[in-house]
Design a protein around this ligand. Structure first.
Ligand code: SF4
Length: 381
């Protein structure tokens, strides 16, 4: 069995180690390129969402390089994710690809189905080995996410453009290569140290922007056209509202134990959207409210074109923006989107935020915000 899986940001790196730990032969999908997206778009329904198209491209390329088994997460809807894996399987079969697809459905309190699928995967691996591999996957993922969070802060203050990205990629590479899980804390310290060494402007007080939206597009840099880097390179500190470890805690742990999950974000969203609309629609609204209350300068809403939960959220965000006093920009992405167009929109948005900050400063001169506004306004122009 030569297994493969779709790309999804940091999870892809951690998954490779997990499958190797349980003794499976892994054929990682080749890195996503324009060709991957074009392949996926060519063979998927026109109005399918971008993540589905990119995944189809990943699978075609991985099958071409020798994979014969695809691992894919299942879903429950109510958006298209409920039948996502099945649609991908049919597309690939229609293309004449020979493969097996193992769909890992979310347990939703019933672990038996998931265990049955995992049993097919684990082969001769003992339950203890499986649990250890799972633990290592978790530790690696958490370490990578810490590195990622730190990189977002450092990039906004770096003096030489590109230093942070180099240090971050090096740190990720070191974590990816770890074979002995005991080494994870030390390698993480080394990775954080690399970021610490990046020369920074210690007086800089950058604009702060929260990223909200559909989880795949937030987590996969190719899908969001590296929006975090684009903003960081313009001296903006970004905070991402979604991490895969939070999704695992909520969906695989708390839901299974029937414990309440995501209470803070649901409470924040409640005056505007008080029910589940699929995907991360409710989280988008709740996180926007929370960023406003934490004093962020703005929010960028990232969504795949035609994503139903995010279209619901998008229609509510103008009200949230007005009442909570936070500017937002919605960025809808598909296979036609390009970096140049995105940069134009981002820079126009940053211009507005800098202008707004200046107004705040003029209104509250006594609060000595001059340094903050001065450094923001000059930094990216
Ligand atoms: S959340 Fe949006 S992008 Fe994801 S599967 Fe559902 S409709 Fe598609």
């Amino acid at each position: 069995m030569k297994i493969t899986y779709p790309h999804m940001g940091l999870l892809t790196i951690a998954l490779a180690g997990f499958f190797q730990d349980i003794g499976l032969e892994v054929v990682p999908p080749p890195p996503i390129t324009k060709k991957t997206v074009n392949l996926g778009a060519l063979h998927s329904p026109e109005f399918a969402c971008l993540p589905l198209k990119i995944n189809v491209g990943n699978f075609i390329e991985a099958l071409e390089t020798g994979a014969d088994t695809i691992i894919m997460a299942g879903g429950t809807g109510p958006c298209r994710f409920g039948c996502y894996a099945q649609v991908q399987r049919e597309i690939l079969r229609d293309l004449g690809c020979r493969f097996e697809m193992i769909i890992l459905e979310p347990p939703q309190g019933n672990w038996q189905g998931l265990f049955r699928q995992l049993k097919r995967l684990r082969g001769n691996c003992s339950p203890k080995m499986l649990a250890l591999a799972g633990l290592n996957l978790w530790r690696k993922l958490k370490a990578m996410e810490r590195l990622h969070k730190k990189s977002l802060k450092v990039r906004a203050r770096e003096i030489n453009k590109g230093d942070t990205t180099k240090a971050y990629n090096k740190g990720l590479g070191m974590l990816a290569e770890i074979k002995d899980p005991q080494a994870i804390p030390q390698v993480l310290r080394d990775g954080l140290g690399l970021l610490e060494e990046v020369p920074k402007d210690s007086n800089s007080q950058p604009l702060r922007i929260g990223l909200v939206g559909e989880i795949y597009t937030l987590l996969e840099p190719f899908a969001n056209l590296r929006i975090e880097e684009l903003l960081g390179d313009r001296g903006v500190e970004v905070e991402c509202s979604a991490y895969i470890s939070d999704w695992i805690i909520e969906h695989l742990v708390l839901n299974t134990l029937r414990l309440p999950a995501g209470l803070a974000v649901k409470k924040a969203a409640a005056p505007y959207l008080n029910c589940f609309v699929g995907g991360h629609g409710r989280e988008t609204v709740g996180d926007t409210v929370r960023y406003a209350r934490r004093g962020f300068d703005g929010v960028i809403h990232v969504l795949p074109f035609t994503c139903t939960p995010e279209i619901v959220a998008q229609s509510i965000l103008p009200v949230v923006s007005r009442r909570e006093g936070i500017p937002f920009l919605s960025v809808s992405l598909d296979e036609q989107s390009g970096e140049a167009g995105l940069i134009t929109r981002l820079e126009a948005f940053l211009d507005l935020l800098a202008e707004k900050s200046k107004k705040n400063f003029q209104l509250s001169r006594k609060k000595s915000l001059f340094g903050k506004i001065g450094s923001n306004a000059g930094k990216w122009r």
